[in-house]
Design a protein around this ligand. Structure first.
Ligand code: PHB
Length: 397
C-alpha cells in the first residue's frame, strides 16, 4: 500500500492536534540548541515481497512522530526515503545515499537481514545513529553490536526458540524445517532446532530455497513423504501468503501441523483466508493484546491509515518511540551523542506489544506469545517465553 494524500492529511491533522497539546505541555522548556530540521533517513522495502512490511513500518513511525507533535526534541523533521528493494547487493549504495549525500542525523531501516547487515557496517564506519525496525540478524546485536546501533524488533533466533520449546512441550517428536536461505531463515530455524532438540525432539531434515523464491511444490512433496509430527517455517510478506496457501492446497494442513515464526501470518491474513485458519505461531505481538497501549495504538493507526496495524507497524512505532526518548533527553541537540545513546539504552518503552526494554547489545527483551489464527486475528493464547533476552553472544559494549 502506498502512502496516499489522504493518509498524510490524516497524519497531518493528528500532528496539528498533538502539536497544540505539546505546546501546552512543553511551554517553558529551553529551546532546541541546534538550528534546522532533524533529518531522518528511511531505508526500507517499498517494492518486492516485503513491500507491505516497509509501508507498515513507515506509517507507524510517522504516526508516533505525529503524536509527539510532529517534532523531535523541539525541532522540525525532514524525511528522506530510499526503497532498498530487500536487495543486499544494492544496500551499500542505498545507505550511502542517505548517509553521505543527504547527511541524515539518523538512519531507520530495514526489513531484510542481509540488507541490515550492510547498513550496520556503514553505520559503524560513519558513526551514524541506526535504528532497526525489523531485520533480526542475530549478529547485529551480538558480536557486531555498536553504541550507535539499536533494534526495536527482535532477533531472528527468538521466535524459533519459543516455538521449539512449545512443540517439545506438546510432545511432538519429529520436525522438518523449511525457509529462505539467508540469515533470517537460518537463525530462525537454528533457534527452533536448538530448543526442540533440547526438549527431546528431533529435526529430521532442514530444507531451504533462495530468497525470495516461492516455488514450493518439490518441498511439499518431500514433507508429505517424510511425515514429520510438525513442520516449522520462516517466511514473511508475499512469500508467506503463497506458502500458507500452497500448504493448504496440497492438503497437508489436514495431516501435518504447520507452525512458524509469527511473520507467517502477520499482515497476511486477508490474503491467506481459510488456508491460515488454526495455524500456531510465536511472536512478540498479537492483534488482540488487551493492554491500554495496544488498544490506543490500534485505534490511532486504523484511523490514520484505514487499515489494521500488524507487527511491523508496532516495530516502526517503537523505533520512533525510542528515537523520541533519546532526542528529547538532549532537547534536540544531536551532537550530545553519548547522552542521547544513554537515554535510548535505559528507555522503558510503552510498546503496543507490552513492556519493552533493551539488553546490553541494544536488542529487545520482551515476552514471546503463542498465537493461533482465528478468523482475521492472530489471537494470543499464552506467553510462550516470558522476558526473552538473548545470550551475550560476544557483544562488547
Ligand atoms: C529478516 O530478514 O530479518 C526478516 C524479514 C522479514 C520478517 C522477519 C525478519 O518478517
Amino acid at each position: 500500500m502506498k502512502l496516499t494524500l489522504k493518509h498524510l492529511r490524516r497524519v497531518g491533522a493528528i500532528a496539528a492536534a498533538a502539536a497544540t497539546a505539546g505546546l501546552l505541555l512543553t511551554s517553558g522548556q529551553a529551546p532546541a540548541q541546534q538550528p534546522g530540521k532533524i533529518k531522518i533517513g528511511l531505508m526500507l522495502p517499498y517494492t518486492g515481497t516485503f513491500a507491505a512490511l516497509g509501508t507498515s513500518i513507515t506509517n507507524a513511525f510517522k504516526l508516533a512522530i505525529a503524536e509527539n507533535g510532529g517534532k523531535l526534541g523541539g525541532r522540525e523533521i525532514e524525511y528522506f526515503t530510499v526503497d532498498d528493494e530487500s536487495d543486499p547487493a544494492k544496500a551499500p549504495d542505498n545507505a550511502n545515499k542517505l548517509i553521505k549525500r543527504d547527511q541524515v542525523d539518523v538512519l531507520v531501516g530495514t526489513v531484510h537481514s542481509g540488507v541490515a547487515l550492510a547498513m550496520a557496517k556503514l553505520a559503524r564506519d560513519n558513526n551514524t545513529l541506526l535504528i532497526i525496525p525489523n531485520a533480526g540478524a542475530d549478529e547485529i546485536t551480538g558480536p557486531l553490536c555498536a553504541a550507535n546501533v539499536f533494534r526495536t524488533s527482535f532477533s531472528n533466533s527468538q521466535m524459533g526458540i519459543a516455538m521449539g520449546k512449545v512443540m517439545a512441550e506438546q510432545t511432538k517428536k519429529t520436525a522438518v524445517t523449511l525457509t529462505w536461505k539467508y540469515a533470517a531463515g537460518d537463525e530462525s530455524v537454528g533457534g527452533f532446532k536448538e530448543a526442540f532438540e533440547a526438549g527431546g525432539g528431533k529435526v529430521l531434515k532442514e530444507m531451504s530455497l533462495p530468497f525470495p523464491q516461492v516455488e514450493f511444490q518439490s518441498y511439499l512433496t518431500e514433507i508429505a513423504a517424510l511425515k514429520p509430527d510438525v513442520v516449522y517455517v520462516f517466511f514473511a510478506g508475499g512469500g508467506a501468503v503463497k506458502f500458507v496457501k500452497d500448504y493448504a492446497a496440497a492438503g497437508l494442513n489436514k495431516t501435518i501441523p504447520l507452525v512458524g515464526a509469527g511473520f507467517l501470518t502477520d499482515g497476511t491474513l486477508d490474503a491467506q483466508g481459510d488456508a491460515a485458519q488454526g495455524l500456531l505461531t510465536t511472536l512478540h505481538y498479537g492483534d488482540g493484546l488487551n493492554i491500554p497501549k495496544n488498544n490506543a495504538f490500534r485505534a490511532a493507526y486504523t484511523k490514520a491509515y484505514t487499515t489494521a496495524p500488524d507487527v511491523y507497524a508496532v516495530q516502526g512505532y517503537d523505533a520512533a518511540q525510542l528515537l523520541i526518548a533519546g532526542v528529547n533527553a538532549v532537547k534536540g541537540d544531536m551532537s550530545k551523542r553519548a547522552e542521547l545513546v544513554k537515554a535510548m539504552e535505559v528507555a522503558k518503552l510503552d510498546s503496543p506489544r507490552g513492556s519493552l526494554a533493551l539488553n546490553k547489545g541494544h536488542n529487545p527483551i520482551h515476552d514471546i506469545y503463542l498465537r493461533k489464527v482465528e478468523g482475521k486475528e492472530n489471537k494470543v493464547i499464552s506467553v510462550a517465553v516470558k522476558n526473552l533476552t538473548d545470550p551475550p553472544r560476544g557483544c562488547k559494549l
